[in-house]
Design a protein around this ligand. Structure first.
Ligand code: FES
Length: 176
């Protein structure tokens, strides 16, 4: 029986998660989501992905395809909460850059960190928030779109964003 930890996630936990989803539709997505949620830094280390690939009999390349396709998944350690701002064309024309810049004052992110033209992945010093950008959520009719802790928020405004962050600051817990 394997009991070794895989970068912060005990393989026993991964075993339980994979067992729970055995023969269920969308199993891989569910397994990856729960596994990321269980990690203290809310991400999927390569060792975890290798373990899940082996346990589920899925080619490792397919596991990576899923993880890199969905903005929700992270291959790097994240803060307690994640905020993903869409920078696709539809969202850009509806001022998603302005939303991103507004996070500078809300979260104390430096202006240099929000350079235009680069894919953003940054975590606040207190490790509370990770801010990311994505090319498109595929929900362009709802632009501008921001995903907070895995929940899509449509027609986002600075005021709405401030309110959502205020809720997280107040209640702390990771929403779903
Ligand atoms: S451009 Fe933002 S959802 Fe498509």
């Amino acid at each position: 029986m394997q009991t070794a930890a895989v970068k912060g996630v005990d393989t026993k936990v991964l075993d339980k998660i994979t067992e729970k989803y055995r023969n269920k539709p969308g199993a891989l997505l569910g397994i990856l989501e729960e596994s990321q949620g269980m990690h203290p830094h809310k991400y999927l280390p390569s060792e975890t992905l290798e373990y899940i690939a082996e346990k589920t009999g899925t080619p490792l390349s397919s596991v990576y395809s899923v993880v890199t396709f969905y903005a929700f998944f992270s291959l790097k350690p994240q803060g307690e909460h994640s905020i993903v701002v869409c920078r696709g064309t539809a969202c850009h024309t509806r001022r998603s850059k302005f939303l991103l810049e507004s996070l500078e004052s809300m979260l104390g992110i430096s202006e240099d960190d929000l350079k235009e033209g680069e894919k953003i992945f940054l975590t606040t010093k207190d490790n509370k928030y990770t801010v990311k950008t994505v090319a498109c959520f595929g929900q362009c009719a709802l632009a501008p779109v921001v995903e907070i802790d895995g929940v899509i928020h449509s027609h986002m405004t600075v005021d709405k964003l401030r309110r959502e962050i205020g809720k997280l600051n107040k209640f702390g817990g990771r929403g779903k």
